[in-house]
Design a protein around this ligand. Sequence first.
Ligand SMILES: CCCSc1c(F)c(F)c(S(=O)(=O)NC)c(F)c1F
Ligand SMILES: [Zn+2]
Length: 260
Amino acid sequence: MATWGYGNDNGPATWVKSFPVAAGTRQSPIDIVPTAAKCDTKLTENPLTVNYSPEPAMELCNPGLSVKANIKSKSVIKGGPLEGEYKLEQFHLHWGSADKQGSEHTLNGKMFPAELHLVHYNATKYSSFGEAVDKPDGLAVFGIFLKISDKPHQGLKSLTDVLSEVQYKDKSINIKQEYNPVCLLPDNINKYWTYLGSLTTPPLCESVTWIVFEEPIEVSEDQMKAFRALCCGECGSAPIVDNYRPPLPLGNRQLRASFQ
Ligand SMILES: CCCSc1c(F)c(F)c(S(=O)(=O)NC)c(F)c1F
Ligand SMILES: [Zn+2]
């Protein structure tokens, strides 16, 4: 298959041709219906803990279908639904061409303008991201909804202010100021939904324990415009927008909540 993407001839509905797991039983994203979630006290007995470190010269790149920051420092999470310690590998975002769409997970059928994914791998069990990426307990991804406010998100500002330097595919820069990804998390990380799912892009491995926070982070319209100005290819190529996969059925999976 020519490279997958989000267009009419290579978008999510076509991925199953090259990636049969797209029709699997633990695919992501899903529509989150809070009333269908089971509150599980086990999630709070061993609270989710985040221990992120400052990244000295964080690499920010445009791989063509999103914008991605690669992490080298030892930033780890544990607890909640997780067994063992998961190490932050990278983070990236999915966003819309307009504020009415863009997130991958939906909340009672509602899309947010964007969704931030912080991708971690099970460093207790596996020696690298590459080894973990296709294992059922290999990855843990934080999903954070973005909503529009009149103020820019200060943590994201260090990135949105320099997106023009990675406007074209395969461009990358190093963020000069040291950057601690903890600034991207919502204030309250104790309220989340969790379920067993997959990557939302090919190869769609069913290897992700999803942790989707209830509290969105707030970004400005100008910051959204900065994401929408990124290009899929070289100068003159189409903008990166609507790089989201629509929700898949929850099926027999249990959606758990860390709160009432
Ligand atoms: C072979 C994977 C390369 S790393 C990666 C990624 F690039 C990505 F986009 C997503 S996602 O599915 O889009 N968001 C959760 C991931 F989960 C990832 F792990
Ligand atoms: Zn993602």
